[in-house]
Design a protein around this ligand. Structure first.
Ligand code: UD1
Ligand code: MG
Length: 462
């Protein structure tokens, strides 16, 4: 028996006050819709269909391959949205309905919902809340079975007092679901086709209904406004921090971490406050990440230290390395074991050998450095001639004095020393000192112009 997932995403989301459709706003580095689609993928759904309407073109453009979209030309209610998406689906498959603006239902919850649909006629995800205002309420009969859902605007005072609410997520066999949504009317306060009326229809036909509850209330929270978006972001981040701590990672303040992608970290790693992790980041064991670092698509091996305010993107940091504070590692930066990149250093597409150091104020790009070399303060690789990028190759045990410009393409041999202030335009041979700078002179008998005119006692120029 197959599984279809229908994601309702045709609504306008006016309270978000966005130029685009609400399902495309970002939560933890992904759009709301992408969160939902990722979860559908985890369930191994055979078909995933997104119902689009408001901002249809933008939503379509954001939908990955393998996911279908169906247009609901007019937003006539959730029942109409589902009806528009069922065409051509196998009647014996199960259909799971998700909302594009309810991004975080967890896999176990959705699996329980689908599983319950296999043994009943319909399964619903419900939750008990302190403040049910705005939601559809679950009405149960004398035996405690779900008999119908009443929308807030259609509810009387007794029904409004009910605290078990409809999350909107449900699962049902596709054939009966299609029959029921086709028979819906819009005879209600909002003049809409309510998907929720299907529940009453199944119950009055004597069908069985399961009400499944999520482990956490936040799994079913919808996002309608920027305030709700920010609140759900913090809740989700706290949950991710909790998972890290359970895996043996010290998070200095679980309220001050942001994981906008996938962060994998091993035990005894410490993350100080204000760090942001984007894309796929892997941290080994015993790693220390200082305050206010940003790491994107980066790997850090065991016992390396990233000092505060460093920004790493597409970097690979070896075991025991030290980076920062205030370092910027751009894509293709690879630091071998125990290498060091210090403050105000930028690297790009650079392979830094084991134990080698670039300690201060440098730009090193398109460069290969052997082990145990030292690059002095202020060294710049001139890798770009305005047209092409060129490589710099530095051997092992090389020593580049401060404030050199290495005009690529250029090679510095093993054990070579380049004198401070050299503008290196051709190769520096191994094991030799190469210096390229104007020879220093001291001019005897020279005086300053002011001193010449006024003589030694005039202080007016000071
Ligand atoms: C719906 C439920 C309510 C539940 C609540 C949970 C109905 C009638 N009511 O109410 O019981 O407590 O969700 O949040 O289902 N959408 C479309 N096309 C439409 C209308 C809506 O795609 O024509 C989409 C929206 O984009 C949204 C979702 O369906 O993602 C829910 O629609 P919304 O209008 O927010 O329903 P509620 O009134 O909140
Ligand atoms: Mg809603």
């Amino acid at each position: 028996m197959g599984l279809n997932v229908i994601v309702l995403a045709a609504g306008e989301g006016r309270r978000m006050r966005s130029r685009g459709p609400k399902v495309l706003v970002d939560l933890a580095g992904r759009t709301l819709l992408q969160h939902v689609l990722d979860r559908a993928a985890l369930l191994g759904a055979d078909r995933v269909r997104v119902v689009v309407g408001h901002g249809a073109d933008a939503v379509r453009a954001a939908v990955p391959q393998g996911v279908e979209t169906v247009l609901q030309p007019e937003q006539r209610g959730t029942g109409d949205a589902v009806a528009s998406a069922l065409g051509g689906l196998n009647a014996n498959d199960t259909t799971l309905v998700l909302y594009g603006d309810v991004p975080l239902p967890q896999r176990a919850t959705l699996e329980a919902l689908v599983e319950a649909a296999h043994r009943t006629d319909l399964s619903l995800l419900t939750v008990n809340v302190d403040h049910p205002a705005g939601y559809g309420r679950i009405v149960r009969d004398a035996n405690g079975n779900v008999s119908r859902i009443v929308e807030e605007r259609d509810a009387g005072p007794e029904e409004r007092a009910l605290t078990e609410i409809n999350t909107g997520l449900l699962a049902m066999r596709t054939g009966p679901l299609a029959r029921h949504v086709a028979a819906l009317d819009r005879d209600n306060a909002q003049g809409e086709y309510y998907l929720t009326d299907v529940i009453g229809r199944v119950a009055s036909a004597g069908g069985t209904i399961a009400a499944v509850q999520p482990d956490h209330e936040w799994e079913v929270r919808g996002v309608n406004s920027r305030t709700q978006l920010a609140a759900l972001e913090r809740t989700w981040q706290a949950w991710l921090a909790e998972e890290l701590m359970a895996a043996g990672v010290s998070v200095r303040d679980p309220g001050r971490i942001d994981i906008r992608g996938n962060l994998h970290a091993e035990c005894d790693t410490t993350i100080d406050v204000g760090c942001v992790f984007e894309g796929d980041v892997r941290l080994g064991a015993g790693v220390r990440i200082g305050a206010h670092c940003v790491l994107r698509d980066t790997t850090v091996a065991d016992d390396a230290v990233i000092e505060p305010h460093s920004v790493l993107q597409g970097a690979e940091i070896g075991r025991g390395c030290s980076v920062g504070p205030f370092a910027r590692l751009r894509p293709g930066s690879r630091l071998r074991e125990a290498a060091k990149v210090g403050n105000f250093v930028e690297t790009k597409n650079t392979d830094l050998g084991a134990g080698s150091k670039i300690n201060h104020l440098s730009y090193v790009g398109d460069t290969e450095v052997g082990p145990k070399s030292n690059i002095g303060a202020g060294v710049i690789t001139c890798n770009y001639d305005g047209y092409r990028k060129h490589r710099t190759v530095i051997g092992e045990r090389a020593f580049i004095g401060s404030d050199c410009q290495l005009v690529a393409p250029v090679t510095i041999g093993d054990g070579a020393t380049v004198g401070a202030g050299t503008t290196l335009t051709s190769d520096a041979p191994p094991e030799r000192l190469t210096v390229g700078r104007a020879r220093q002179r001291t001019i005897e008998g020279w005086t300053r112009p002011a001193d010449r005119d006024a003589g030694p006692d005039d202080k007016s120029s000071e």
